[in-house]
Design a protein around this ligand. Structure first.
Ligand SMILES: C[S@@+](CC[C@H](N)C(=O)[O-])C[C@H]1O[C@@H](n2cnc3c(N)ncnc32)[C@H](O)[C@@H]1O
Length: 396
């Protein structure tokens, strides 16, 4: 096992000499790869960790990190950046493990019933937990660094403003927000643009918190949040937004999602779908779908464009905010680490390691891996009133 790992690390080091790194084994022995100061040391604390790394793919690696069988001293993101290396991708999991994982994935498919459980798994960890590391508006999606010196709070506000401009929001507009989380976008749009609207979430904790916040600001019931699946959304709207929710839909339900969207919208309505995605379809990450986002699936543009068009929606613009999400995640990681003792006291050490791994792996995905952040603007049918340029996004 160790020789296989050693060969793999040598191969990685040859193809990417920078940064140098080290390997430490349970018997205290150490090896180094590359010259100079080590960026990280991969510490296999038990012999089982070697099996995890070589024979159990990303699931084994993630589980070994969570449980502490494996540790990383130094820069975890530099280590995780090797995950997209072809030699690492070639570390196959057995056919049996793959079959088990696929069975689990199929069980987690986002039917209306299963979506509730999947959402609860992630979002009902408690508002107190998310309050520790999200910004004040409790926005849990990519921020927008129009100004490089902005704080996370300001960058989240800038994201909401960017979306409002894409939506051409005006007083009296009726806005629906599918997957509204703690209601940050609705609050911003009501406060600054005088819209009415409804948001939908499947998280009980989010729904309560969001409505309390809207009441406290005097915005409720002009804007309100309902605890419903997107398939149960009702009403007629001329503006549509969905931020960081489409990742929970699952490709089997893309047509359902866009048909539902179209059914909620008046002719010429404008919408923006803000979602993590990939340019190229790749295999699901078994660790992420097992521990973090059961039922999660990242779409390609092609997978979205066709059902969107088939539903009578017209794609008018597409922006990729990839680097903005890397930075957002780094801000969350810094806040999370500042509160790691509180998180450990509430959920235990393994949970801290699980979330550290998830946040850092996500950051690396945006910085150097295959993950993207798409904002897709669309209209219902042709809207000939739309501006012909993007100037209005940046002026005024
Ligand atoms: C990553 S959070 C984003 C929240 C918010 N839009 C933001 O930017 O902070 C994803 C949201 O999608 C919601 N969601 C996931 N699946 C859903 C479904 N089937 N129907 C309605 N909401 C759903 C979750 O409840 C959660 O509020």
């Amino acid at each position: 096992m160790i020789e296989t790992i050693d060969r793999l690390l040598q191969q990685l080091s040859r193809s990417r000499p920078e940064p140098p790194f080290g390997l430490k084994l349970w018997d205290g022995s150490e090896r180094r790869y590359g010259q100079g100061k080590l960026a990280f040391v991969l510490d296999l604390c038990t012999p089982e960790a070697a099996v995890d790394v070589v024979a159990r793919g990303s699931l084994g690696f993630g589980e070994a990190y969570m449980t502490g069988r494996l540790d990383v001293q130094g820069d975890l993101q530099q280590l995780l950046a090797f995950e997209s290396h072809p030699a690492v991708r070639e570390l196959h999991i057995s056919a049996l493990q793959k079959a088990k994982f696929m069975a689990g994935y199929l069980r987690a498919r986002n039917s209306a019933k299963r979506s509730r459980e999947n959402v609860r798994h992630h979002y009902d960890l408690g508002n107190d937990f998310y309050r520790l590391w999200l910004d004040e508006s409790m926005t849990y999606s990519c921020a927008y660094w129009r100004d490089d010196c902005a704080t996370l709070e300001e960058a989240q506000e800038a994201k909401h403003e960017h979306l409002c401009r894409k939506l051409q929001l005006e007083a009296g507009d009726r806005l629906v927000d599918i997957g509204c989380g703690w209601g940050g976008m609705l609050a911003y749009a009501a406060r600054n643009y005088g819209v009415e609207g409804v948001g939908y979430t499947l998280s009980t904790e989010q729904c309560q918190w969001a409505n309390e916040r809207l009441r406290a600001e005097g915005l409720h019931p002009r804007v309100r949040v309902e605890l419903k699946d997107y398939r149960e959304a009702e009403g007629e709207f001329n503006k549509f937004v969905s931020i960081g929710m489409f990742e929970h839909v699952g490709k089997e339900f893309y047509s359902t999602f866009f048909e539902k969207t179209a059914s909620l919208l008046t002719p010429e309505a404008i919408g923006v779908l803000h979602t993590i995605g990939k340019d190229v379809e790749t295999q699901l990450d078994p660790w992420v779908t097992t521990y973090i986002f059961p039922g999660g699936y990242l779409p390609t543009v092609a997978q979205m464009a066709e059902p969107l068009g088939n539903a009578g929606l017209l794609l008018t613009d597409l922006e990729n905010l990839r680097p903005h999400y890397g930075r957002t995640l780094d801000e969350w990681i810094a806040r999370f680490e500042a509160h790691r003792d509180e998180v450990a006291a509430r959920f235990g050490e393994e949970f801290v390691r699980m979330w550290r791994y998830y946040l850092n792996a996500s950051a690396v995905g945006f910085k150097t891996g295959g993950t993207r952040l798409y904002q897709i603007t669309f209209t219902k049918g042709i809207n000939s009133g739309l501006p012909w340029t993007r100037e209005c996004l940046y002026t005024g």
